[in-house]
Design a protein around this ligand. Sequence first.
Ligand code: NAD
Length: 259
Amino acid sequence: MDRYQDKVVIITGGASGLGQAAALQIAKEGGSLVLVDLNKDGLEESKKEILAAAPEVKVELVEANVAKEDEVKQYIQQAIDTFGKIDGFFNNAGIEGKQDLTEDFGIDEFHKVVSINLDGVFFGMKYALKQMKKQGYGSIVNTASVGGIRGVGNQSGYAASKHGVVGLTRNSGVEYGQFGVSIKAIAPGAIMTPMVEGSLKQIGGENWEEAGKEFVSVNPMKRFGKPEEVGYLVAFLLSDQANFINAAVIPIDGGQSYK
Ligand code: NAD
């Protein structure tokens, strides 16, 4: 299926995890990509993997910090200068940040998570929407989380940022639907990516895989999601087939958020 023939998609956090998985799926369907991340080596790794699977697509790499407005403005402009348009935007880069009780959060720790997970998504939307409105089409998927639609605990900064992503998605979806642009958020549960592996190692040390089993025992499906499962969802949501899904938040969590 070549849903992405002649299409261009920007992906932040494209050097790892969910961003990398979505990039691979979109490339397999013929899409050209602009991958944005702080991690230069990870970006090169993603590009290698993508070109091995889909040698005909174009992959541009941009080393940028999504929390810095001027860098976001620049990577969006670079995509427009290179490809002349933006069809899809997976606004996904994020960090987990400190895990602790609310009373033990310092404001700097709180702001660090919010500046990447929420300011970063806001800046990305601001500049991508400007272009998409001009084009009269386009699609954005923001990455929220189960922690953006229900309480998980020990995640003040993360929860605030991801609830904020849900709010931005609903607000801008309502604003930009009239211009042919659709905006949605995904709310993943626990998906086995380097981010999750890192936090399991913090909890369980050498026994992190045991800690992982304990972690997913609360999930109705008793397993972690796979990055490629999120990749399939994002490839659908950014495609023309999902244009009428707007201002919506889609869980991908094995049922965790309805438990
Ligand atoms: P990951 O750590 O594997 O990938 C995140 C990527 O974002 C990394 O490559 C990192 O370098 C990049 N990044 C971080 N800060 C950045 C910045 N300031 N500027 C540019 N790039 C930056 O993690 P992941 O699991 O793939 O997470 C992707 C998104 O999914 C995040 O927003 C995360 O909060 C969200 N999420 C993940 C899960 C999960 O279980 N994996 C669940 C819910 C939500």
